[in-house]
Write a protein that binds this ligand. Structure first.
Ligand code: SF4
Length: 334
């Protein structure tokens, strides 16, 4: 069974300042695997500064890891050149937060969709290009006759975001990095776009890494979740288990701070004392905000397997078996 994507102990460190330069760890020791024959939707959740956008940039090859490796279909992405690099660029697509950003107001939607067709030589005639566009638009639930020939200002935010998904789909991707794809879309259209993404995974075999700060959408779209805080994995596992029964105080804080109309959980049940952020390196990064902090928390906790499909990096679970980061994905359902 081959892997589509493998992250092996990936860290990203930025140095700030020339004199007395300080290291800022944006991402710390992340390992995960997506299998080629089992397309899935994995959520990476966290607040701003958690490292989730750094992860997206790494996966798209915009930046390189400081340590560790990102392996795509057996090849380290930092060493890809020529044909292989082009294939990676085609097979790994992104949908970003802002559904307006990729649109040039002076061009119709057709132009936006034609550019990747030309760049990746996906059609040899105009008719074939048109067919491809129509197919991709239909696949995301849009009627080509309502969309083609129109300018961006004639479309709603939800339509534009679905066009972005269609644009990615044109390239027949294997992996989609969806970075906050519904955060700028009206609440009424969110479910629609999430359903579109789910269809891509189910009907087109595309694996999706869904990056979000919003656990409600994570709950509705993904099977598994990784919760990041200050660049490190705090908790991971089956999305239902993690959200309904979080084992890490940080995940509890996230879950408890959001109203959950559809979950069997009372809002505000868990008292979380928010203290000033900024736990120093070396210990648990959450300890300055954690209501359960103990002396031992000045040492960074390993991941403990709290149930068959859940793990948390917290000493509250130190009686449970430790799990090394590389084996984390084995707990995640597909
Ligand atoms: Fe809180 Fe300690 Fe667990 Fe960190 S390791 S979340 S400080 S109890």
């Amino acid at each position: 069974m081959s892997n589509l994507l493998e992250l092996k102990n990936v860290s990203k460190v930025y140095q700030r300042g020339l004199i007395n330069s300080k290291a800022n760890v944006a991402l710390r020791d992340i390992s995960l695997t997506l299998r080629e024959d089992e397309p899935t939707i994995l959520t990476v959740a966290g607040e701003s500064g958690s490292g989730k956008t750094t992860l997206a940039m790494l996966l798209l090859g915009f930046i390189t890891p400081t340590t560790g490796e990102i392996i795509y279909r057996g090849q380290n992405i930092t060493t890809l050149h020529g044909k292989d690099r082009l294939a990676y660029r085609r097979e790994v697509q992104a949908v970003f937060q802002d559904p307006f950003a990729v649109f040039n107001p002076f061009y119709t939607v057709d132009h936006l969709l034609t550019v990747p067709i030309k760049r990746f030589k996906l059609a040899s005639t105009k008719a074939e290009a048109r067919n491809r566009m129509e197919e991709a638009l239909s696949a995301v639930g849009l009627r080509p006759e309502d969309i083609l020939g129109r300018f961006p200002h004639q479309l709603s935010g939800g339509q534009r975001q679905r066009i972005n998904v269609a644009r990615a789909l044109l390239l027949k991707p294997r992996l989609l990095i969806a970075d906050e794809p519904v955060s700028m879309v009206d609440a009424s259209l969110r479910a629609n776009i999430l359903e579109t993404l789910r269809n891509l995974q189910r009907d087109h075999g595309v694996s999706i890494i869904y990056i979000t700060h919003d656990l409600t959408t994570a709950y509705h779209i993904a099977k598994s979740i990784i919760v990041l805080y200050r660049g490190g994995v705090m908790e991971a596992g089956d999305v239902d288990a993690v959200i309904k029964d979080p084992q890490h105080p940080y995940t509890k804080l996230l879950v408890d701070s959001i109203p959950w109309p559809n979950l069997d959980q009372r809002w505000g049940e868990t008292p979380i004392i928010a203290r000033e952020d900024g736990g120093p390196d070396g210990g648990c990064p959450f300890r300055t905000r954690c209501p359960n902090a103990m002396d031992i928390c000045t040492t960074r906790p390993p991941l403990y397997q709290t149930s068959p499909m859940q793990a948390a990096a917290c000493y509250l679970h130190d009686k449970k078996p430790e799990i090394v980061a590389q084996r984390l994905t084995e707990l995640l359902p597909v």
